[in-house]
Write a protein that binds this ligand. Sequence first.
Ligand SMILES: Nc1nc2c(ncn2[C@@H]2O[C@H](COP(=O)(O)OP(=O)(O)OP(=O)(O)O)[C@@H](O)[C@H]2O)c(=O)[nH]1
Ligand SMILES: [Mg+2]
Length: 374
Amino acid sequence: MSFFNKLKTRLFKSSSKIDEGLEAIVEEGGSAEPPADPPAPPVPTPDVPPSPAPDPTMPPADVPPPADQPEETAPPAGRPGLLGRVFGGGRDAAPVVRRVLDDDMLESLEDLLITADMGVDTAARVTANMAEGRYGRRLSTDEIKALLAEEVARIMEPVARPMPLYQKRPQVVLVVGVNGSGKTTTIGKLASQFRAAGKSVVIAAGDTFRAAAVEQLQVWGDRAGVPVMTAPQGTDPASLAFDAMTRAEAEGADLLMIDTAGRLQNRADLMEELAKIVRVIRKKDPSAPHNTLLVLDATTGQNALSQVEIFQKLADVSGLVMTKLDGTARGGVLVALADRFGLPIHAIGVGEQIDDLAPFDPEEFARALTGAAQ
Ligand SMILES: Nc1nc2c(ncn2[C@@H]2O[C@H](COP(=O)(O)OP(=O)(O)OP(=O)(O)O)[C@@H](O)[C@H]2O)c(=O)[nH]1
Ligand SMILES: [Mg+2]
């Protein structure tokens, strides 16, 4: 399976939400017309003057809107599946339904993007840009998908950047984020990818609050073939980070990845803990940490936006990783994040396995999100 198809399959819930919603919008206010290409042969109607009205013999666009179906529902039998439709299965001969791009349709499109968690401002911007120069034109679902994908990709392009690698040894990567967002899993996946790229990596299990957190990281370390520095439960994470720096320096490691706890008593505690880790590693290297990755869970939708705001105050966030894009219909939040903060998006998580972390490709993401054809 190509990576695009894999991403599209994994993003099925976001993709099918927009895809089906668009179809409903176009069919609701549109009308069918024969395919433009090849041109239909002229109909010999010598006695009847040509009429500008729609051909009443065309089937009415009365397909019920599928938007209220539960997300888990597979396409009903007899109706082509998502991939089948996108990749041209079985609809070639059918008349194409088109709808005029007017205020009504733009409002419906905007609402649809908001339900996919794109956020009010971003949804308005995307639809406004899409309408520019096309207002009043008749558009099919596939044409709208392609235009939406183009606008989404335009917003995402500037932020799609892999985590930068520096000459500095060890390059210190601090990983932060709320409890359960996917920090530990992401560290495991990234460590495995860096190892595969020939880098030597050390992981510090800086979440010393839960014994299970250390064990979890050790499992990931074993999978990735990377040593994990641990300390007994309750140890000061800053002192573990210091020891890990010492070891990474002694071993000449390329990268030191520091896991942190997501849940503390309150925000002041979390801030103090992160600040202390940073202070201590700066005793060894004043330029560290070289990357501060904020890990966000896509299933939290719009809440991810406030998490960025909070963590930007707690730490000097240098880039984002968005996890759990599989199994959520809220993938649009990544577009809102890109539009609002402009922070680099280094990678996206699309599953729980070690190879389920993909570099962020804006065009592939935009097409997968909107259901546009490859
Ligand atoms: N489906 C899916 N699950 C994921 C993804 N990334 C992480 N998870 C799962 O999310 C859960 C939480 O992940 P962790 O890596 O433990 O999250 P954390 O941020 O370290 O959590 P705390 O240590 O409690 O703060 C685990 O069950 C992971 O398997 C992803 O991209 N897709
Ligand atoms: Mg963790």
